[in-house]
Each structure stands twice: as structure tokens, then as C-alpha cells.
Design a protein around this ligand. Structure first.
Ligand SMILES: NC(=O)N[C@@H](CC(=O)O)C(=O)O
Ligand SMILES: [Zn+2]
Ligand SMILES: [Zn+2]
Length: 347
């Protein structure tokens, strides 16, 4: 039996496209998406409107022929960020959001924020201008267990910031816990992205039977009960949860290392995996809300006017196990099962 489903073109509300040869190699794999929030954690980070505009132009130039993805740019918040610069970049249409990395929390986050009080003037200006703030929500305190860092971030950092500035529009990026999902449901002006891979893997996938570097990302996947809580949130249709793939390519040599870096590259098979996951949970009717409706509603943008079609066939969808990026390879996320949902453009 062939099933098919036509949905508004999805958006990716959290995407790493990198730069240079890696950008050229990965950009085309996000072609099913209408728009993507582009993460600013380049080396050096994207901290000025000029850098964001130049990066946007490099992304537009890297799109293969016929690809329509519109990059929505972000600025990387540092302790030196001037509130007026953010407001001006947003008013000029150069940026759609600002990204806050706690210093040292994840890949290329060394220039992030250490003392959150220093960013209060930025939070106030963003609240007034209605600019969304995306958080990598983990504390970096070495005393806090890595599996607890998201939950502790909510209590120690996010809740005090939101209490001081309730009008700030917050997105908790890539939530990995039931705590995160529950917190998002508990208030106003808060939403969360959920990645494809956190709907598929728990921490056993990373550690049982040998260490699997290609399943290591940050925040690290948690125990099964948390994965199930994320599945419930994503497939519920609740407008506060939407897709941010966090597709984060790294060269294989950097991941398959004694100190392997964090990130899963999911762009090539994300929509096929999501259709599989939503079908498994009897929630295919909620897929469009998660991938195509809830994100634009929270960001105050229109839903994409065009559509894509997902077709379930008897033969698995083909995607590469690895891609070439310059003289390096990048491994594509393996969900561990064949994917029968194929993605097509629809009229
Ligand atoms: N998610 C990851 O594990 N890695 C991301 C950074 C991030 O989103 O935290 C990356 O840039 O590689
Ligand atoms: Zn992150
Ligand atoms: Zn990310």
C-alpha cells in the first residue's frame, strides 16, 4: 500500500551550514526546507550585522541551482554585544533572532556569555523590539553532571532571566529532557525546538556495545523516558514545539577521535525520519504542525505557500552514508532502520 501526505513546505528553525567547502557540501541537503534559522557559531563567530549579511550572501551563493531555501540569520551574543546594534540589525531585516551560548557549553561557544547579568540590557532591548532569543540551554558548571545540565540551566539561568524580563520571546533550542518540555508548557513567551535525532536515540545508542561518536551531540541524548517525552511533545501538535534539526556536520576525523566533537548531521534524511517517527506514533496528522506551522507562528512569519509531498514506498529512500566535503568526509546520521518515506516537491 502506498501512503502519501502533502504538507506545507517545512522550515528548519536550527541549522548549522558552516562555511567554505563544508557549506558548499552540505547546503543542498536542506533543499526541502523553505527557511532555516542559521546558527552563528562560525570561527570567528557571527557577531556583527555586516558579518551576518556577508554570511547570508555566502549561503545564497552556495545553494545549488533551483534551491529556494531562505536563510534567516542570527547574531551570536557576547558579553560585549551592544543592544542598539541588535535592534538595528533586526530593524534592517538582516537578522531574525539572536543566539545565546553559555561560554564553553558547545562547539565554538568560547565567546559566549559567562555572566548573564551582563546581557540584561540586551534582553530588555530585545523584549521591547520583539526579537526572539534562542538559547543553548545547558550550564557549564563542572560540578553539574552532563545529563543534568539542561534541567539545571532552567532553574539557575532561564527562569531568573524570564522572571526579570517576562516579555522576552525565548526559544529553548534542542530540548532533550522531559524537564525542558514541561518547562516550555508552563509559561508564556517560550517555545522549543526539538531535533530529529533526539526523537530517535537515547543515551544507550551512544554507549552500549562500544562508543558511537556519530550519535554524540550536545545536549547529549538522555535516558529513554526523556526521549519518549520529546516524542510526545513533538507529535502533540502543541504550537510551542517545532522542528530545529540542529544538523551539525563535522569532518569524520574530528568525530572519530580520542576527543570527538559534538554534532549529528541529519539534513539528508531528516524528513524521511520524521515521517517514520510520526507514523510510528500514529501522529502523521500532526507532522505538518511540527515541521511547517508552529515555527512560523512563533516567529510571527507566514507559513510557506508551497508544499512538499511525502510518499511511503516499498523500497527505502536512498541517502548517502557519508558525503564528501572538500578533502574530508562527513557521516550522515543513521536512524538504525530503513526509511520508506520519500520526499518530493508537490504542486
Ligand atoms: N549540537 C551540537 O552537538 N553541536 C553544534 C552546536 C550546538 O548546537 O550546540 C555544532 O555546532 O556542532
Ligand atoms: Zn546548541
Ligand atoms: Zn546547534
Amino acid at each position: 500500500m502506498t501512503h502519501s501526505l502533502t504538507i506545507s513546505r517545512p522550515d528548519d528553525w536550527h541549522l548549522h551550514l558552516r562555511d567554505g567547502a563544508m557549506l558548499d557540501a552540505v547546503c543542498g541537503y536542506s533543499s526541502h526546507f523553505g527557511r532555516a534559522i542559521i546558527m552563528p557559531n562560525l570561527v570567528p563567530p557571527v557577531v556583527t550585522a555586516e558579518q551576518a549579511a556577508a554570511y547570508r550572501d555566502r549561503i545564497l551563493a552556495a545553494r545549488p541551482e533551483g534551491m529556494t531555501l531562505r536563510p534567516l540569520m542570527t547574531l551570536y551574543l557576547t558579553e560585549a554585544t551592544n543592544p542598539a546594534d541588535i535592534v538595528a540589525a533586526h530593524a534592517a531585516g538582516i537578522i531574525s533572532a539572536v543566539k545565546l551560548y553559555p561560554a564553553g557549553a558547545t562547539t565554538n561557544s568560547a565567546s559566549g556569555v559567562r555572566d548573564f547579568d551582563k546581557a540584561r540590557p540586551v534582553f530588555d532591548a530585545m523584549a521591547e523590539a520583539g526579537i526572539p532569543l534562542c538559547f543553548h540551554g545547558e550550564v557549564t558548571d563542572p560540578e553539574v553532571d552532563i545529563f543534568d545540565r539542561e534541567a539545571v540551566f532552567i532553574d539557575r539561568v532561564l527562569e531568573p532571566i524570564r522572571r526579570a524580563q517576562p516579555a522576552l520571546r525565548v526559544i529553548m533550542e534542542h530540548i532533550t529532557t522531559k524537564d525542558g518540555a514541561d518547562y516550555v508548557r508552563s509559561g508564556d513567551n517560550i517555545a522549543a525546538t526539538i531535533t530529529t535525532h533526539h526523537l530517535v536515540i537515547n543515551r544507550n545508542h551512544i554507549l552500549v556495545g562500544g562508543i558511537k561518536p556519530h550519535y554524540y551531540c550536545l545536549p547529549v541524548a538522555k535516558r529513554e523516558s526523556h526521549r519518549l517525552a520529546l516524542r510526545e511533545a513533538a507529535t502533540s501538535g502543541d504550537g510551542r514545539f517545532f522542528l530545529g534539526t540542529d544538523s551539525a556536520p563535522h569532518p569524520d576525523h574530528a568525530k572519530e577521535s580520542a576527543c570527538g566533537c559534538a554534532g549529528c548531521f541529519t539534513a539528508p534524511n531528516t524528513m524521511s525520519i520524521l515521517a517514520h517517527v510520526f507514523e510510528e506514533d500514529g501522529a502523521l496528522d500532526k507532522l505538518e504542525a511540527f515541521t511547517s506551522l508552529n515555527g512560523p507562528a512563533y516567529y510571527g512569519l507566514p507559513v510557506n505557500a508551497d508544499k512538499i509531498r511525502l510518499v511511503k514506498r516499498d523500497t527505502p529512500a536512498a541517502y548517502p552514508a557519508k558525503i564528501q566535503a572538500g578533502d574530508e568526509t562527513v557521516t550522515v546520521f543513521d536512524p538504525g532502520y530503513p526509511l520508506y518515506w520519500h520526499v518530493e516537491d508537490a504542486q
